[in-house]
Ligand binder design. Structure first.
Ligand SMILES: C[S@@+](CC[C@H](N)C(=O)[O-])C[C@H]1O[C@@H](n2cnc3c(N)ncnc32)[C@H](O)[C@@H]1O
Length: 233
């Protein structure tokens, strides 16, 4: 059967096409609120070195008081990030094999920053291991993941795989439209927590929310996303 995730690279082509038009996606409207939440949740000092995993065009970075390094597969989005943000560095890298070792005081991966776009459970655990390897001892990692309890109501959701496959028409900056088919995986919290444990993380909190309304309050079944705070022991 054809892999709807294309090995975890499907979003790269969309990002390379959309570039700054990525900001037209409605879910990017909550950027400032999400950034405020990240500051509260990670609790890191001003100037801390923080990794944004699958950063896209680094939309949170301008609202964060840290030195942010963004890593992503899409060259088009990274070039856009470079042009519009400060940022320590924008690095083309696969989330499962990030090229940093123990350097970061914290990390985050939000709005399906690779997590949920990878082909299988092993790939998601590999991503979490790779993130942990980038972190200093004691460093926090905030991960968002789509909730299966919410996504299961979508017509395009397959209950056998917890995957939703949908087509999106996306403009490039010159107005040329191209259709992309994307697969997205949703999770039950216990799966994400087990994956985090398998990667060696300690669980600190499980919260719920939706883009633009990330909150430090208990996860509920009607939340679109879970917000998981892990810590590198
Ligand atoms: C939905 S976007 C989210 C981007 C960003 N986190 C945000 O909140 O705007 C998903 C991003 O994940 C990146 N991505 C997907 N699979 C990846 C992988 N295997 N390794 C690194 N980045 C990946 C895509 O290129 C894209 O920029």
């Amino acid at each position: 059967m054809e892999d709807p995730f294309q090995g975890g690279t499907a979003f790269r082509a969309l990002g390379d096409h959309a570039r700054e038009n990525y900001l037209n996606f409605p879910y990017t409207e909550g950027t400032r609120q999400e950034a405020r939440f990240l500051v509260e949740a990670l609790g890191l000092p001003k100037g801390a070195l923080v990794l944004d995993v699958a950063c896209g065009l680094g939309r949170h970075e301008p609202h964060l008081p840290w030195r942010v390094v963004g890593a992503d597969l899409s060259r088009g989005l990274l070039e856009t990030a470079q042009a519009r943000s400060r940022g320590e560095a924008w690095v083309q890298a696969e989330a499962r094999s990030l090229p940093f070792r123990g350097r970061f005081q914290g990390a985050f991966s939000v709005c399906e920053g690779a997590f949920g776009l990878l082909p299988d459970d092993e790939a998601h655990v590999a991503m979490l291991r790779s993130v942990r390897a980038c972190l200093a001892p004691g460093a926090p990692f905030l991960l968002s993941a789509m909730s299966v309890f919410a996504m299961c109501h979508d017509d395009a959701f397959d209950p056998a795989t917890n995957v939703m496959v949908d087509a999106y028409d996306v403009d490039d900056p010159q107005g040329r439209v191209r259709r992309f088919t994307l697969a997205t995986r949703a999770f039950a919290p216990r799966e994400v927590l087990a994956m985090g444990r398998a990667a060696g993380f300690r669980l600190e909190a499980l919260w719920g929310g939706v883009t633009g309304e990330y909150r430090r309050r208990p996860f509920r079944v009607d939340d679109a996303e879970m917000l998981v705070l892990f810590r590198n022991p």
